[in-house]
Design a protein around this ligand. Structure first.
Ligand SMILES: [Zn+2]
Length: 426
């Protein structure tokens, strides 16, 4: 009997809430129109570049029709993808929206929720009469990964690579194409310094990307470290990078679970986590295209599951110019042709520190790198943070000092960095 009563009460409560939402939906639409803003604003061009998208509700009425929101109105819960945004159905009656976990979702003053990271949380709002509304939010481990992104002027970013699942036929638009334009299918071009908001639409789903375009330095050094993480070298490298405020790129292999904290630190300190491979065994990974792809996919999935980072930047074990794969004739030619279709970038290097070959000398590593640095260019430096590479660690501080002294800027490779490739030899 008691159970029945609770069940009945909860139905009443739900119906009341749903009715309240419907009425407020109408007043919201009127409010939006009264402000003179079109609710069908397709491109968002009314928004100033500096304006915070969090405070804009022009699309509220459109979003209201979405299944997500219907579901939310009925059940006070919704599932979102990472990178997606939507509007709470009672947004206009609620004041004081609060996300119970800012890492998972952000909620704006106008009741727009932005899914930042997979997980479960709640959003609480209170109406004018002090009544509380609770929404259960679940952010699914799929969707669009880029949302706050910094790019350098002249760079291009292919948004199609930023999806954990294949959301084909997304339509993208920019609110300020003079700062950064975007092709409908998602190729972004950074044109001048500033900020821009990109909106992607796929049926009823909405994704967003806040893009900051920065100046591109003339002479850049991209320090890259392969084969880590290792407990003895990687933390020391991270300490040095932190000391000099330098960002770098780590092409990691599958970390031992006891080393996950090192990978977490790489991410937390603003470096780029990139894919070297689940395995480094040449005779295994270069047996076929399919096997190579799986070697990347498995690591990409592991990183996303463990660290919530979707990596698209990769480097071939041995480089794309390797000859160690010659037991399988033509495999590198085949893979390099296909790898972009698999939605990965790949980077070789144009400066080798020599620390994978004959050298075990700190002095030689230093000399190999500094003697090859070219001003006015992008210098991609190959180094290693595998367990035996303490001599590399010992050269790092002086390499950074040399670079800074000679006017180079250090940057991390991103999905927008122009790829550096070797000639393929197999
Ligand atoms: Zn390697």
């Amino acid at each position: 009997m008691k159970v029945m009563a609770i069940f009945f009460l909860s139905i009443v409560a739900t119906v009341m809430l749903f009715t309240a939402c419907s009425e407020d939906d109408r007043s919201s639409s009127v409010g939006v129109e009264a402000n003179g803003k079109s609710i069908n604003n397709k491109t968002g061009t009314e928004l100033g570049a500096q304006q915070n998208i969090m405070d804009v509700v022009t699309e509220a009425a459109v979003v209201y029709k979405s299944k997500v929101v219907e579901n939310l109105a009925k059940h006070n819960k919704c599932n979102l993808h990472v990178g997606e945004y939507t509007t709470l159905p009672c947004a206009n009656i609620g004041k004081a929206f609060k996300s119970m976990n800012e890492n998972i979702v952000h909620v704006s003053d106008s009741g727009k929720i932005y899914a930042k990271k997979s997980g479960k949380t709640k959003v609480i709002s209170r109406d004018a009469k002090g009544k509380y509304y609770k929404y259960k939010i679940k952010v699914l481990k799929k969707g669009f990964i880029y949302y706050n992104y910094t790019i350098m002027k002249g760079e291009k970013l292919d948004l199609r690579l930023g999806f954990t699942n294949k959301l084909k036929h997304m339509k993208w638009s920019s609110n300020n194409p003079s700062v950064a334009s975007v092709k409908k299918y998602g190729l972004v071009k950074a044109k001048k310094i500033g900020k821009v908001t990109l909106t992607g639409k796929k049926n009823k789903r909405r994704y967003f990307l806040r893009l900051t375009v920065k100046k591109k330095p003339k002479s850049i050094i991209y320090l890259t470290f392969d084969d880590g993480p290792s407990p003895n070298c990687t933390p020391k490298i991270l300490d040095i990078l932190r000391k000099y405020h330098v960002k770098a790129t780590f092409f990691e292999l599958r970390p031992a679970s006891t080393d996950y904290h090192i990978t977490k630190r790489v991410i937390r300190e603003g470096h780029t986590l990139a894919l070297h491979g689940y395995s480094h065994h040449y005779e295994q990974i270069y047996r076929s295209k399919k096997i190579y792809r799986k070697n990347l996919d498995d690591l990409q999935k592991l990183f996303f599951k463990q660290f919530g980072v979707w990596c698209t930047v990769s480097r071939f074990p041995g480089g794309s110019s390797n000859t160690v794969s010659r037991f399988n004739r033509g495999i590198m030619t085949k893979i390099t042709k296909k790898i972009h279709d698999w939605r990965y970038h790949y980077f070789d290097w144009n400066i080798s520190s020599g620390d994978a070959g004959l050298t075990t000398s700190t002095k030689v590593v230093y000399r190999n790198v500094t003697s090859c640095l070219r001003e006015g260019q992008e210098n991609v430096v190959l180094m290693h943070d595998a367990p035996t590479k303490m001599f590399t660690v010992n050269a790092l501080e002086d390499i950074i000092k040399y670079g800074k002294k000679h006017g180079f800027k250090f940057r991390a490779i991103t999905a927008a960095t122009k790829e550096v490739h070797h000639n393929v030899n197999n």
